[in-house]
Write a protein that binds this ligand. Structure first.
Ligand code: FAD
Length: 341
């Protein structure tokens, strides 16, 4: 296995609050890596409401979830924080030398001095189709995301769903799959119109099979899927498949954060309001995941929290070093870090 990535801080979650934490930590010379299970930054803003306007971000009278994410990405650029997307932090342990070792589900390891949990409502988790015995195939022949496309080469692929993920993967996998069936419960797709159009063309040329209906049963042995029973308006049909990709959307579940030995209060992490530190020294919790008297789950509250958190973080990363309070407007040293002077 590769050696752990050594850094000052690991930020769990690339939602708006995790992203702004990069900025506040950067101003006090703390380098961070950010990890998110989603394949894009922005957390709830990017996943749940990219096109909806937000009206209560100070000085931005109206900004969509996607725009806010893009602006935060631009604002944190000077600090060069590395984003690790599509990976979930599964474990967090304190090491013998009082650092922290974190590990993702993809096996990436980080060794750091402080941890900032900005996990929002928890990790986004794919919704599981209600099919008996599906667990046995998960991870092998039932996949909720595609890590490496070549694993699907020459396979008989069944994609289920009618949104952007279902359509995007239909278009990307069709050229390399042995056969590809797209199954949706209605002949009406929520995906981008140009993807739907392309898919319809592939159906016309016979390169994609489109079925309208629902999977009612899975068949196979061990973890290997062999067939699926599909219920259509013409009755039941059993089709041969090697891999099924269900795209039924995502829900937020607290997930592995619950197993890190932190004190929890109804799935939230209690913190103080001076440092936003958890029951464990050196582990902070900011944004929607934390709780304290008067907490509001607002983006602007999270922004405030990370500014105060960074003050305490500096004490751990640079013990004994005094931190001067400075304005970005007038401090040439802050401006240098921001690359503006
Ligand atoms: P999130 O945005 O939830 O991001 C957390 C990220 O952490 C997620 O991407 C998740 O995948 C990741 N994560 C969690 N656990 C792990 C793990 N173990 N490993 C890797 N990654 C992990 N707020 C406002 O202020 N104004 C509004 O107008 C507003 N409108 C909203 C409208 C809607 C429809 C919704 C749903 C929310 C709205 N909110 C609004 C709330 C706002 O979106 C949240 O307060 C904000 O997203 C919280 O940011 P966060 O960074 O704390 O968490």
């Amino acid at each position: 296995a590769a050696a752990p990535i050594e850094t000052d801080a690991v930020i769990v979650g690339a939602g708006p609050v995790g992203l702004f934490a990069v900025f506040e930590l950067g101003l006090v010379d703390i380098k961070a890596h950010v990890i998110d299970i989603l394949d894009k930054p922005g957390g709830q803003c990017a996943e749940l409401y990219p096109e909806k306007p937000i009206y209560d971000i100070p000085a931005l009278p109206i900004v969509t979830g996607q725009e806010l994410t893009e602006r935060l990405m631009e604002q944190i650029k000077p600090f060069g924080a590395e984003l690790h997307l599509g990976e979930r932090i599964d474990s967090l342990q304190r090491t013998a030398d009082d650092r922290f070792l974190l590990r993702t589900d993809a096996g990436t390891e980080f060794l750091c001095k402080i941890v900032i949990i900005a996990a929002g409502g928890g990790s986004f988790t794919p919704k599981r189709p209600p099919l008996a015995g599906i667990e046995a195939f998960e991870g092998n022949s039932v996949l909720y995301s595609v890590r490496r496309m070549e694993t699907l080469k020459d396979k008989r692929v069944l994609i289920v769903g009618g949104g952007d993920s279902a359509l995007d993967w239909t278009l990307s996998l069709q050229p390399l799959a042995k056969s590809l069936t797209l199954l949706h419960r209605r002949d009406d797709f929520r995906a981008a119109p140009h993807s739907v159009e392309k898919m319809r063309m592939l159906v016309e040329t016979g390169d994609v099979r489109l079925m309208i209906g629902q999977v009612t049963a899975l068949h196979g042995s061990g973890n290997q899927l062999e067939a699926a029973t599909v219920n259509t308006k013409n009755g039941e049909e059993k089709i041969d498949v090697d891999v099924m990709l269900p795209f039924f959307g995502l829900t937020m579940k607290l997930g592995p954060v619950a197993d890190w030995g932190l004190q929890l209060n109804e799935n939230l992490i209690p913190v103080d309001t001076e440092k936003f530190e958890t029951s464990e020294k050196g582990i902070f919790a900011v944004g929607d995941i934390n709780t304290y008297p008067g907490k509001l789950k607002l983006i602007l509250s999270g922004f405030h929290e990370v500014a105060l958190m960074a003050q305490q973080a500096h004490k751990y990363v640079y013990p004994g070093k005094k931190l001067l309070f400075q304005y970005t407007t007038s401090s040439s040293s802050l401006q240098k870090k921001l690359g503006v002077s």
